[in-house]
Design a protein around this ligand. Sequence first.
Ligand SMILES: O=C(O)CCC(=O)C(=O)O
Ligand SMILES: [Fe+2]
Length: 324
Amino acid sequence: MDTVATIDIGALFGPAGPDRDAADAALWDGLRSTGSVIIRNYPEAEKVDERARAGLGVFDLPEAQRRALTTRLEVSGNPNLYRGYWPVTPGRKLQNDYFDVGPADPEPGPDLPGAEMLAEPTPWPDPEPEPGWCATVRAHYDHLNRVAQAMIRSLGRSAGFDEAAIGARFDGAHSTLRFLSYAKGAANPETGPDGVKVSAARHLDESGLSLLWQEAPGLEAEGQDGVWRAIPMVENAISVHVGSVMTGLTRGVVPATPHRVRASDGPRRSVGFFLEPALSAPLTPADHAGETSVRESYAWQLLKTFSARPHWKGTIPDPETGAA
Ligand SMILES: O=C(O)CCC(=O)C(=O)O
Ligand SMILES: [Fe+2]
């Protein structure tokens, strides 16, 4: 099977000029042709494997401690609804347990019913899986956020948009660092049109950009040519996938990356960083002139999406109608 290319993005962290232009072009060409690329040579790239593996220690906690971190939708009386631990449920496209970490200082979004939950604090394990664990997870969040912010501006430039206008949408703190664990043999009933058995069915992320890391192989990205390519297992490998929010901000110029995970016999763990807009940021194209309303905000879109999901029924009101 083909694999995606590896791109040197070091110059994205330096001044504007020919080197940065070349890095812009390499990232742009890579994402446009194969949907995803592996990045290298950015600050602290050598820390990625160590921090990702440490964070995955959340899955080694005793069951009672994982329950204490679980969303109130599953364990009544718990404080968190949105961040924290989500056990696998049948029928979900991605057949994993996951633990979601939000920003250290969540910024409240627009005043909409149900929106408080989107800015809730992350529940932290107490005691930590190992001393220093929370600080390592925070460092990983901050690191991937910095790298993703540099790339979203780069893609904005390549797509012909004002990088400041693109960047401004992602400046507020709302992104998600997610630790994922697929049980041995986890599989979705869907198979690809090519008959491939998957533990995460083909999907687009609703992020600006997603940065993914895997402990075992399985992740694949679909290029504009319709060809599936494996994300290779190399040291400190972060793969980049465009999310549908970036497609909207650029009027479709930057296509989102379909991706999936092949089912495997053994268990598999992975880590995702989803660069998301600020809750109050509008999702209108970045060159949109004029007023925007709260209906165009990212918080509105999240509530609209969540209120339509069966497990949120009775918890999240539809922002359109106010009905829960
Ligand atoms: O497990 C993986 O490698 C991919 C996860 C993914 O696509 C997602 O969480 O959106
Ligand atoms: Fe995804």
